[in-house]
Design a protein around this ligand. Structure first.
Ligand code: ZN
Ligand code: ZN
Length: 347
């Protein structure tokens, strides 16, 4: 069973999950590029994954059989597991608990060579829609405090399989990164009685120089103090604390906006590896007034090295104003060719 351990000095939890050492990607001799014939996420290989939690499939097709458009499955090598109690216990001055939670994989498409920039807005909306469905379902589990949704694209960003997918990890603690945002947003709210993210949206609209795109209900910006070159945020313009608070039509708008933003980054930076992370409020509604959900996209263009590890701050070689200008100018009507595994193998 995975174990959660707390660093007694700075209060950061880590997951000790030895099960994950067994996964194929942890052995360097196994190639990361998979063809559709070998891919466990491709239709016809449903037996190679744990049984699906939910799938979008036409009527008349059977669960765990081909025909699906999108599938959500438990991660075969989960960082946290669903069964059991938390059993939080001290061990001298240390704290630990069972690694309880959920670790799910959203297989975004049945097509091995298709990623979000090639999908229709409706297909992307379905992905965003299933995120919401899973979040609402997992929020009912009283043991869980936070649901983290993220996508790793490209080997350097941690994707062990290239078939387009995202992941969800529901956990019994609020992660430190999120807790820091909550703390900062709360302090601002206590002082000004306004949400800092709402204020950032107002300020960025007024300044203009860090805007990448304005998609009606969402603003795409380079943050004022980005850690990484081309770090990009998608922020809802109206105050919403949770990802699940959006109206139906906002999921459609977000789908178009996310797809377009990923396309800008792909064209501007030659299909960089990236991570995106949905930052949403914890399960508890206590954070509703001052927390404001958003998506952070981090292209992997630089490496975290000694200085960053030692100081916790970052040297970013690209000013966000320049990055925003560059991304704004990208012609998003040029959709790149689909890159299949065969094409990818050539490089
Ligand atoms: Zn595949
Ligand atoms: Zn707000």
């Amino acid at each position: 069973m995975p174990e959660l351990r707390k660093d007694p000095i700075i209060g950061r939890w880590v997951i000790i999950s030895t099960e994950r050492a067994r996964r194929p990607s942890s052995f360097s001799s196994v190639g990361k590029r998979t063809s559709a014939t070998m891919c466990p996420f491709c239709p016809g290989h449903e037996d190679n994954t744990p049984p699906e939690i939910i799938a979008y499939r036409p009527p008349g097709t059977e669960p765990n059989q081909p025909g699906w458009k999108l599938r959500v499955i438990p991660n075969k090598y989960p960082a946290l597991i669903v069964e059991g109690g938390l059993n939080r216990e001290p061990k001298g001055l240390y704290d630990k608990m069972h690694g309880i939670g959920a670790h799910e994989v959203i297989i975004e498409t049945a097509d091995h060579a298709r990623d979000m920039v090639h999908m229709s807005v409706e297909e992307v909306r379905d992905i965003l829609w299933v995120y919401r469905e899973r979040m609402i379902d997992l929020e009912r589990d009283g043991r869980l405090k936070y649901i983290l949704l993220f996508k790793n694209h490209g080997e350097a960003a941690g994707a062990s399989l290239e078939h387009s997918h995202s992941q969800l990890i529901a956990m019994p603690i609020i992660p430190k990164r999120v807790a820091e945002e909550i703390e900062g947003a709360k302090a601002y709210y206590d002082y000004k009685e306004r949400c800092i993210y709402c204020d950032i949206v107002r300020q960025e609209l007024a300044d203009g120089e860090r805007i990448v795109a304005d998609c009606d209900a969402f603003l795409v910006v380079q943050p004022f103090a980005p850690r990484f070159p081309f770090e990009t945020w998608l922020i809802p313009k109206s105050h919403q604390s949770s990802y699940i608070d959006m109206s139906d039509s906002e999921y459609v708008t977000l789908a178009g906006c996310l797809k377009e933003t990923l396309l800008r980054l792909k064209l501007a930076l030659n299909d960089p590896p990236f991570n995106y992370i949905v930052h949403t409020r914890p399960v508890s509604k206590d954070y509703q007034d001052f927390y404001h959900w958003h998506i952070e996209i981090i292209p992997k263009l630089t490496k975290i090295a000694g200085f960053e590890w030692g100081s916790g701050f970052y040297i970013n070689p690209t000013a966000p104003e320049q990055a925003a200008e560059f991304l704004r100018k990208i012609d998003v009507h040029v959709v790149p060719e689909k890159v299949g595994p065969e094409a990818a193998d050539r490089d």
